[in-house]
Structures are given as C-alpha cells and as structure tokens.
Write a protein that binds this ligand. Structure first.
Ligand SMILES: Cc1cc2nc3c(=O)[nH]c(=O)nc-3n(C[C@H](O)[C@H](O)[C@H](O)COP(=O)(O)OP(=O)(O)OC[C@H]3O[C@@H](n4cnc5c(N)ncnc54)[C@H](O)[C@@H]3O)c2cc1C
Length: 776
C-alpha cells in the first residue's frame, strides 16, 4: 500500500481527515499538528506503521486509556473486496445499520475481509497542556496499587505506562533516560487539560502515588524532560533486543485489576522455562507485553519459548483476558484462538469471512482464524421448556432452550425488553427479558459492569451513581427501559465525543441466536483483537442477531458538575451558533437541535470541569446572536430527547421516515469539492413531513435544506451551507480523479427522504458521503 500515501483532505472545522491507507501514522500526526489536532491512536510503531495497518490491526497505544483504540476514531472506510469491488462501508456511527456495524467488523480483521484503501478518521484537539510524571515504586504490586488509587479517585490520565524492575535497568543502560535504577517498577503517567487544571491534576496524581508508597515522583519540568522520560518507555523493545540474539514479544490483555496477577504469572513462567522475562505494560488498560529473550539457533531455547508462550496465553485467558490486545492474531496465535472461543463461535467468524472472501482464498489466506468448519446445521431440538420460561427465561440457558425449541417448530419469536418502543409483537411467541435482571459483575476498579439484558436503566443508574460512575447514553433513558433494548436500538446517543455512543461502551456481549446457540464475544478488557470484532454487530441490531442475554459495558467516571440549558431562536441562526459550540475546544457534552415550526430549540448538556466556564460564556454569546438562553433541569432535556425519539419511532412506523438516510440523499460532490456552492437541487417533497411539534428538521446534505423561516433552501452565504459543507483548508487536497461529480440521483425527488434530526456529533459526522458501491 506504500503508494497509497496521500492525505486527501484535512478538515479542521469538522475535525475529519480523509487519509489513504499507506500514510504513516507519524506523518499524519505531523500534518495535523499544524491545525492543533491529533489522531489519538498512537501505536509505539507510529513512526513506521501505516494507517491501513493500524486499521487492519485495530491498533492501540499508550493513549488508549483515555481515548480508546482505532475503531473509536474511524468514521468511514473505503475498501476493495476480494472480488475487486470497490466499496465505501456504511459509516461506523450509522444509527440504524442494516447489517450491523460492518466498519467496526472490518477494523481489526487483519486484511482478511477487505483491503482498506482509505479511511475518514475523526480528529481530536491537542490538549493545551500535558504534564508528565515518572514515579518509582518498590515493586509492581505497589505501582499497580497506585493505578487502582487513581481509578478510585476518578482520575482519568492520558497514559499510564508500567515497566518492571528488569526493564527499568535494561532501558536505563540503553538510553540513559534518567530512570531510577534499583526501583522495583516505574509508572510513567500523563495528565492533560488547561494549564491550571493539568497542574492541579498532576499534583493530585503525585500525591496519590506517594500515598501508594512511591519511592520518588518526578514531574517533568518541560517538554524536553518529558521527551526524555518517554524515550525510556519507547526504547523498551530496542533495549530488550540487546539481551539475546532474538526477543519474543508477547501481547496479552487482562482486566486491569488482574494485571498484577498476570505480571506475577509471566515472571513465574519465565523462571520455570529459564527465560529471563522483561515486561512493559499499558497499565491503564490491562495490556502487557512480556518479552522473552531466546536463541533461535538453540532448539532447546526455542522449545522452551514455545511452552512459555502457550503458558502465558493460558494464564491470561484464565484471568478473564484476551490472547491479544493490540498486535493481532496473524499466523502465530491463530491456533490459540480456541482458548477463548467455542467451536461454533469460531465457525461464526469463519462464516463472516466466507461472506467477504468465499473460500478464504484471496485475502491473507491462512491468517487470523484457525482452519475449521463453517456454521453447521441447526442444533438438535430440545424438549418443550417449562411454561414460565416461555415468557420470561431467567438465564441464558433457559432462553437458549426456548429458542431452539421454537426454531425446531418454525415458530417466530418477538423479543421484548420493557416494550416502550417495540410495536405489536410480530412473532408467534413473545420472549421477554424481564427475567434477566441480574448484575453479575460490577467492577468499579476495572471501570466495567456486566449486566443481564433485562436490567432497567433505573437499576443500573442507581448502581453506577453510588460509585460515582456513569454511562452517558443512559441519561436520556426512561427508568423502565432495559439495557438490552437500549443497546439493540442504539438509543439516544447524541452526546459529543468518545463514550457518548453504545458503540464505544460495549466491550462484550452474549447472545442466543435464532437456532438457540449461545455466543460470547469480547471480554471485560479495554483492548481485545482476538478474532473478529463481532461485538460491533450488536448496537443497533434490533434483535436481528438474536436475544442478548448479557452485556459488558465500559464505565466512565461521572463528569461533575453537570447542568443543562435550552436555547431558542430562528433555526439557521441557532444552527450556526450550535455548530460553533460543537467545534469549540471547550464544548458542551451534548447538543440536540429540534425544529419547532420556524423556530428551533437547542438542548445543551454540560458536564465536567468545563461546565462553570461554559455557563459563564455561553449565555452571553447566545444573547449576542439574538438567541434566548435558559438554564433548565437535565430531566427536561431527557424528556425532550425521549419525545423526539417517540416521534421518530412513530414516523418510522408510519413509513414517513427512513433511518440513517440523511447521507443517502446527500450530494457527494458538495462534500468532496471544497468551496463548491450549494447544489441547486429541489427541496424534499412535502408528503413525508410530520406536522407534530418538536419535529426533527429535514435532512441536511449538500446545503439545500430547511431555510430561514421554514423555507426550503439556504440563501447564498447562509450558515446552513457552512454547516454542511466543509470549507477548503490549506491541508486539504483535491479530490481523486473521478470523484466530485454530482450524484445524478440527487436531482430526483426522493419520496423516502427522511426526517433527519440534527444531532451534532463529534467531528461533524453528518458530512459523510452516501454509502456507495463503485465499479471494480
Ligand atoms: C516495535 C513495535 C511496537 C509496536 N507497538 C504497538 C502498539 O503500541 N500498539 C499496537 O496496536 N500495535 C503495535 N505494534 C504492532 C504493529 O506495529 C501495529 O499493529 C501496526 O498497526 C501495523 O501497521 P503496519 O502498517 O506495520 O501493518 P503491517 O504490519 O504491514 O500489516 C499488519 C496486518 O494488517 C494487514 N494490512 C496492512 N495494511 C492493510 C490494508 N491497507 N488493508 C487491509 N489490511 C492491511 C496486513 O496484511 C497484516 O495482516 C508494534 C509493532 C512493533 C514492531
């Protein structure tokens, strides 16, 4: 892919970049830095690895603890399939994916499902200030106690890197980074924020480190000192490579509280097999890299290495982890996947591969999955389950029995959570999740919770509030709604930034398919690239995968203080103002704009330390723009969101609304051609309009949308154009040949043009071009 090396476009306003697959990660970062932006995934190999490789491996890096991994920053993928078809996959944040989040599945598939040729990725503003600390501890245990203390104090550092004793000595001998030789372990931490906030946070971190028994804590005085400290961490592999003719670097991930146990296991395994292991870990996300020096010319050394390697993988699975967190499966770990997955789960992954690359012959054959059968015949039918289980199974095995029984009799099943959204049951049997109400694993130290699908929003929220944690999309849920239903509907994800969408928060899911087979994908770990990421098929699947029985969710520290506001005014003025807020460095946690006749109302949710500053500045800027600002109760915002969803559901049911279709009606040319005037297309026809109040505004696309005063198109130079059409930027490059033509379909009156509510998502996601299929 080396020649696919263009950064096609950087749009600092929408915080998007369109990048070809062969662009080296560090080159993209350098180009973005000019705009005060960065692309968060930063594998240690960022100077040599490409965006395509990062996407194919779902790469992580030291900053994942705060920003998530590659999949959380992908907006759209341009791929070539095994038969040569060029395709742009549906955007990762498509609300109502027809086939599930295919982009999420292709990311991390190691080039076995498609060749990625380009990607649109979301960008993040560079933090104003970063403070770097290095703390020395008597041992790994005390260092990990310090990590636990940070998490318990709800501090969310940007990085938390750990080196064990041997690593500290080895690295210091190699690069003289100023690491304290003799320490049992060191932690390298970074905190970010405005100058005052980052300073305060660094002081808190240092105090917690000392309380946890740190021997010394050093705060880098300037960028040069911080770079020196980082040089030590980054030299880990290079230094380890000097220990022996060869070094074998393992990559496993465990729930964070199990990290100390995993490090002890790795040491014990090294001792058992006579291999002096050295370990570095991304301590914030439970991902560790034990490195075993060995001699490839010595058959004894090689066989001991193989045994040690297998023992490490078995230990990590025993501790609830995944056999690879970020380096992938490739050929080496292919035959170890059965440690994590049952035969039918692997068969399902092979089934997915079969869809993309029949026979698995063309794309990276032999990689990523072990050989084996495709999904097999239906399981043997079971006896009729007890009557109670017909309505409300109380565990996954009861649900599996019921579904297998029903499948054998060709009965159709309708899945029901609280029933707040599902219409009349369309099945012969209604399968309710009301009996699945347990919270089997609430782990604040790992920032995860595992719930059964029928747990209500109120029950979960109460549990999280006690621990000072939150799941942002729960804020708008009705108390009786179930977590399984909310995830299946991908409900009400309108917040800004990482963590606002169920897609970012779902770490693992267990479901029973339509034949009664139980599947579990994902683990309670922040990183996991073992096998295909089928977890991403779940949000928005609306029962098509089967019945969710358990879901494991990533929790976030509750952002305090929280506030809400309502702003009213003429729709275009309000939209322009809202977009300015969405793009500002200090921005609200969520913005939801709904039209009410010629007027519009914007609901704002504010959360986190920036709330007081926003409450001071926003009323003034709103007033200056002629808008009416009122602070309001968060419950009012939640009620407005629910009302809007209710209307949307009603419009859907009446066929007046097609989901996810804002993009389908949009003119590709407008998006592709910087500075192009809005396409003079005719407005969407009237029949599809709802007359209800709080009606979502019509879809936005090429700029020819609802106009001032409820008209049908923007005036030249109106803020609507600005809203939907990224401006030309110095870093943007011209579109590739063949692109940028107006889509003729855009001229046609589209009877199904949806009522697209304006949700202001991070990085201006509504700019996305339509899902398209090109010629081979
Ligand atoms: C010293 C070192 C440190 C590392 N640190 C990290 C780290 O911190 N975090 C991390 O996640 N990983 C890390 N890695 C692993 C590796 O660098 C990453 O996985 C990286 O993303 C691979 O990118 P690449 O361009 O080198 O891809 P390659 O190694 O060339 O390819 C990786 C896989 O992706 C496939 N592939 C490549 N490009 C495409 C494409 N365009 N379309 C489809 N498939 C494609 C290839 O076929 C191959 O299967 C490290 C590796 C090394 C050597």
């Amino acid at each position: 892919m080396a020649r696919l090396n263009r950064i096609r476009r950087i749009d600092p306003v929408s915080r998007l970049a369109e990048v070809e697959a062969g662009v080296v990660n560090a080159d993209l970062q350098a180009a973005l830095a000019r705009y005060g932006l960065f692309y968060p995934p930063d594998p240690a190999s960022h100077r040599i690895s490409t965006l395509g490789g990062n996407l194919a491996e779902n790469s992580g890096g030291p900053h994942c603890v705060r920003y998530g991994v590659t999949t959380h920053h992908v907006v759209e993928l341009e791929v070539v399939l095994a038969d040569g078809t060029r395709l742009t996959l549906p955007p990762a944040r498509d609300w109502q994916p027809v086939l599930g989040d295919l982009t999420g599945v292709v990311v991390g598939s190691e080039g076995t499902l498609a060749v990625i040729t380009a990607a649109t990725v979301a960008l993040t503003p560079l933090p104003p200030v970063t403070r770097t600390l290095l703390a020395a501890f008597p041992g790994v245990e005390s260092a990990l106690e310090a990590v636990a203390a940070l998490i318990a104090a709800r501090i969310w550092p940007a990085t938390l890197e750990l080196l064990d004793q041997r690593s500290v000595e080895m690295v210091e001998r190699f690069v003289h980074a100023g690491y304290p030789v003799g320490a049992g372990a060191v932690l390298l931490a970074e905190v970010e924020g405005d100058p005052e906030g980052a300073g305060r946070e660094a002081d808190r971190v240092a105090a917690l480190f000392r309380q946890a028994g740190a021997l010394s804590v050093r705060l880098a005085a300037d960028a040069a000192e911080a770079a020196r400290l980082w040089a030590g961490r980054r030299a880990h592999y290079g230094a380890a490579a000097r220990l022996a003719p060869h070094i074998w670097i393992q990559d496993v991930t465990v729930p964070r509280p199990a990290l100390a146990a995993m490090m002890r296991e790795a040491l014990a395994i090294g001792d058992r097999y006579g291999l002096p292991v050295v370990t570095a870990a991304h301590a914030g996300d439970g991902n560790l890299h034990p490195a075993f020096p060995y001699d490839p010319e010595d058959p004894g050394s090689v066989s001991r290495l193989k045994a040690a390697d297998r023992a490490v993988l078995e230990a990590c699975v025993r501790l609830g982890g995944a056999i690879t967190g970020e380096h992938g499966v490739g050929i080496d770990k292919r035959d170890n996947l059965p440690l994590m997955y049952a035969p039918h789960e692997l068969a399902l992954m092979r089934g997915v591969r079969e869809v993309f690359d029949p026979g698995a012959r063309r794309l990276n054959p032999g990689k990523a999955l072990p050989d084996g059968p495709l999904p097999g015949p239906d399981p043997r039918p079971v006896e009729r389950p007890p009557a109670r289980a017909l309505e409300t199974p109380t565990d996954a095995s009861e649900a599996a029995d019921l579904i297998a029984w029903a499948a054998a009799r060709y009965r159709r099943l309708a899945i029901r959570g609280a029933g707040t959204r599902a219409g009349p049951a369309a099945g012969d049997l209604v399968l309710s999740t009301r009996g699945l109400t347990g919270i089997p694993d609430f782990d604040p130290a790992n920032l995860t919770v595992e719930v059964e699908a029928g747990v209500t929003a109120a029950a979960l929220q109460a549990r999280l509030a006690e621990a000072g944690l939150e799941l942002p999309p729960l804020a708008d849920a009705r108390p009786e709604e179930t977590v399984g239903g909310l995830v299946a509907a991908r409900a009400r994800c309108w917040g800004l930034g990482f963590g606002a969408d169920w897609r970012d928060l779902l770490l693992a899911v267990e479901w029973v398919d339509g034949r009664g087979l139980r599947y579990r994908f994902g683990r309670k770990t922040m990183k996991n690239v073992a096998g295909y990421d089928l977890v991403h098929l779940a949000p928005g699947s609306r029962g098509r995968l089967g019945l969710f029985t358990r879901l494991t969710l990533r929790l976030l520290p509750r952002r305090e203080p929280q506030a809400a506001a309502r702003v009213r005014g003429p729709a275009p003025v309000l939209l322009a103002w809202a977009l300015d807020q969405a793009r500002a460095r200090l921005r609200p946690a969520g913005l939801l704009l709904l039209r009410q006749g010629p007027e519009a109302v914007l609901y704002l949710r504010l959360a986190g330390p920036e709330t007081p500053a926003l409450l001071r500045s926003l009323p003034g800027t709103a007033g200056a723009a002629g808008l009416a600002w009122e602070t309001t109760a968060p419950e009012e915002v939640a009620a407005a969101t629910r009302r809007w969803h209710h209307l949307r559901a009603a419009a859907l049911a009446a066929g007046r609304y097609r989901e996810g279709g804002g993009r389908r009606g949009r003119c590709r040319g407008c998006w592709r051609r910087p500075g192009r005037p809005p396409w003079p297309c005719s407005p969407p026809p009237g029949p599809g309009r709802s007359t209800a109040r709080d009606q979502p505004p019509p879809p936005a696309g090429c700029g020819k949308r609802a106009a001032p005063g409820g008209g049908q198109g923007p005036r030249p130079g109106s803020p609507w154009k600005h809203a939907w059409q990224p401006s030309s930027t110095p870093g943007g490059s011209s579109p590739p040949p063949g692109r940028g033509r107006h889509d003729p379909g855009h001229r046609r009156p589209d009877r199904h043009r949806p009522l697209q509510p304006l949700r202001l998502l991070p990085a201006g996601l509504p700019h996305l071009p339509p899902h398209r299929r090109g010629a081979p």
